[in-house]
Design a protein around this ligand. Sequence first.
Ligand SMILES: Nc1ncnc2c1ncn2[C@@H]1O[C@H](COP(=O)(O)OP(=O)(O)O)[C@@H](O)[C@H]1O
Ligand SMILES: [Mg+2]
Length: 262
Amino acid sequence: MDEAPVRLVNVHKRFGSLVVLDGVSFDIPLGQTTAIIGPSGTGKSVMLKHIVGLIRPDQGEVRVFGTDMARAPERDVYAVRRRLGMLFQDGALFDSLSTGDNIAFPLKQHFPQLSERERRERVEEVLEMVELPGLYDRPTPALSGGQRKRVGLARAIVTRPELVLFDEPNSGLDPMTSDAIDALIGHLKETLHVTFVVITHDIVGTINVADHIAMLYQGKLVAWGPKDEVVRSDQEIVRRFLGRNLVLPEPGTVGPARLPSM
Ligand SMILES: Nc1ncnc2c1ncn2[C@@H]1O[C@H](COP(=O)(O)OP(=O)(O)O)[C@@H](O)[C@H]1O
Ligand SMILES: [Mg+2]
């Protein structure tokens, strides 16, 4: 497939008089990890919700696997959703379900033909991937903040999606747990070979796993490109946002990332 898995074309979105997205266009490259950065309240989550079809643009187009998420029939949108996994910013776990049943939820929804045993196996498998083996029956309220994030990650990958979207996987975590989640994302990226989109306002760490960076600011994409280029950008706003915390990769350790053909 030549087309980028996600393509935004001149996307505009406002809530009342609040302009949130003001003409955003870009392609998310296949098989790579794109970090979407920007200050709080700048429209990152709104953009992600456009990608999964939960919010429709006022103007412009959001194509996922070639499907126009705002205009395609419900059936086609649903077929696209089967191919993606999402970690919501607030985790969105059901406290009434066990850990394992939370993770099994999208499997039941999108792959009802799986047997109970197959489903359980799949869940056990992703629990191991997020380093929570044996926690299937743990009541969700008994999980720590870091464990909840891991369970959210497990739920996002359990359907073996081609496109994985993480909204603020580190938010609300202490620095050590946050680093552990970053390491885990890096590991998932290496093992799964899928297209990752990671939203963050906390650049340290997450940026280390990114191949591409898109920076959203006041409704516009102010920077977009291979990580090496964006972190060296001399744009004032990008510099101010990245600050001094950023650890630049050693020269030569990161290959030149490819931009999708337009
Ligand atoms: N459904 C909604 N209705 C009205 N305003 C919204 C809605 N969703 C988000 N907003 C507003 O849009 C702006 C961008 O929000 P958001 O995308 O969540 O920011 P962030 O970049 O922190 O993820 C914020 O001002 C937020 O209050
Ligand atoms: Mg957000």
